[in-house]
Design a protein around this ligand. Structure first.
Ligand code: LLP
Length: 435
């Protein structure tokens, strides 16, 4: 909604700033983040889920100090899943008690850093970790609040690599075979851990409600089992039901995300009904959206470099449009066959569209940003094209392949732009060299 096209020139503006000016001032490739969009998605999440509990922004989608401050100001909590994410959050001044730590193989240093900072809770992922954290907390003389991550056996309809609750995978404690129940027993038996709830995350980029509902039912089913074995009093300390992230966003114009208000009400109704059924007070519902907050409001701005028409035989031609970034700033196309919308944004064109493939500048043929798209037939070097909805899992999964320098991230609001992460430079590389 805050994007507009200048009538005379056809140039795209974001929050009142023209893409030409952005490219001139900050260079390309460039991540352009609409601050109001990010913040309003935080607020929408708080409106939907706030009445039932809390919203943790999953910082793996995209994190820098400035974004951590926005998340804090909007009243959300924060999920981190590494010592690095924790360090950035603390550097930004994010209140430790609203941070949760995740991960299937947290190092002793990461666990200890979380205890030292005094994070709100730690999500346990393995039997070994129960022992480790109990020991570390004991050494520090503290009692750590923990959740148990439950693998609920739900097949989320998404790419295999980002579905996380089928049972044959690395995360969590399986419900089947009583593994999760055994984890509950072991945590209850420790001296230095306090079990404050259960966690489930079924995957990412999800468009149907069924998976979330089934997961909620199954997590609550485990809570029933805990009541059966330990009674209502003991079980009521498990006051958090965290249902993870995963809300899908529209990368292409015809994709229809779930209404977050519907998701919130549906999940709350299940949790309320099933906790009442066993006499437990209504738990706090937590959710952990990453993509749905960070994804939609960012574009990647590239400058077109070379254009090549490749004969495919039978008279057909594929146009390869090379841009100045690629798989180093957006690995999602190659890794998940993700699809994106791309537009010419620096000028208007009346030329007929041509089937095009947008590729990067890296040394492999799989370096594709957009596999098939229509771009104006008069596209030329120097034109700016923008890829939409690149705010989640693009910068955060970026690499230095071919010694690419990571792009800058610029936040735009009210007609002004400012760098929130500067572009990498050769000096950043040279700093790693030891001779
Ligand atoms: N909570 C947990 C425990 C997670 O593992 C994740 C994502 C989230 C929350 C946030 O999920 P979201 O709301 O963003 O869907 N790199 C992949 C996505 C991997 C997601 C990993 N975990 C991609 O680019 O699609």
């Amino acid at each position: 909604p805050r994007n507009a096209v200048r009538a005379e020139s056809g140039e795209l503006t974001i929050a009142g700033v023209g893409v030409g000016e952005l490219a001139e001032t900050f260079g390309t490739p460039l991540f352009v983040l609409d601050e109001d969009d990010f913040r309003s998605r935080c607020r929408d999440m708080m409106t939907a889920f706030g009445p039932y509990g809390r919203v943790h922004y999953a910082s793996k989608a995209f994190l820098c100090s400035e974004v951590a401050r926005w998340v804090d100001q909007e009243g959300l909590s924060l999920d981190v899943c590494s010592g690095g994410e924790l360090a950035i959050a603390l550097h930004a001044g994010f209140p430790a008690e609203r941070i949760a730590l995740h991960g299937n193989n947290k190092s002793l240093d990461e666990l200890d850093a979380a205890l030292e900072a005094g994070v709100g809770h730690i999500v346990l992922d393995s039997m070994m970790e129960i022992e480790r954290l109990d020991r570390l907390a004991g050494e520090r003389g503290v009692v750590a609040d923990v959740l148990i991550r439950v693998t609920v056996g739900v097949e989320a309809h998404t790419h295999e690599f980002i579905a996380t609750a089928h049972e044959d995978q690395k995360f969590g404690f399986a419900l089947s075979g009583g593994v999760a129940m055994e984890a509950v027993r072991r945590v209850f038996a420790t001296d230095n851990l306090r079990l404050v709830g259960l966690h489930s995350h079924i995957g990412s980029q999800i468009f149907d409600m069924d998976g979330f509902e089934l997961a909620a039912h199954r997590v609550l089913g485990l809570l029933h089992d805990v009541v059966d074995e330990f009674g209502v009093d003991k079980t009521s300390q498990m006051s958090i039901v965290d249902l993870g992230g995963g809300l899908g966003i529209s990368y292409l114009p015809d994709e229809r995300p779930l209404s977050i208000a519907d998701v919130a009400e549906t999940l709350a109704a299940i949790v309320r009904r099933e906790s009442e059924a066993v006499g437990l007070p209504m738990p706090t519902i937590a959710v952990e959206p990453g993509r749905a907050i960070a994804g939609p409001g960012t574009i990647t701005l590239y400058r077109v470099g070379t254009i090549k028409d490749v004969e495919l035989g039978g008279g057909s031609v594929r146009r390869y449009v090379s841009v100045d970034g690629g798989m180093s700033d957006n690995i999602r196309t190659v890794l998940y066959q993700a699809e994106y919308d791309v537009r010419l944004v620096s000028r208007v064109s009346d030329a007929d569209p041509v089937v095009s493939r947008v590729v990067g500048k890296h040394c492999e043929s799989g370096d594709i940003v957009i596999k098939d798209c229509w771009l104006p037939g008069d596209l030329e070097p120097g034109d700016l094209i923008a890829v939409a909805a690149t705010g989640a899992y693009c910068y955060s999964m970026s690499s230095r392949y071919n010694m690419a320098m990571r792009p800058a991230v610029v936040a735009v609001a009210d007609g002004t732009a400012r760098v929130i992460l500067r572009r990498e430079t050769l000096d950043d590389y040279l700093r790693l060299e030891v001779s």
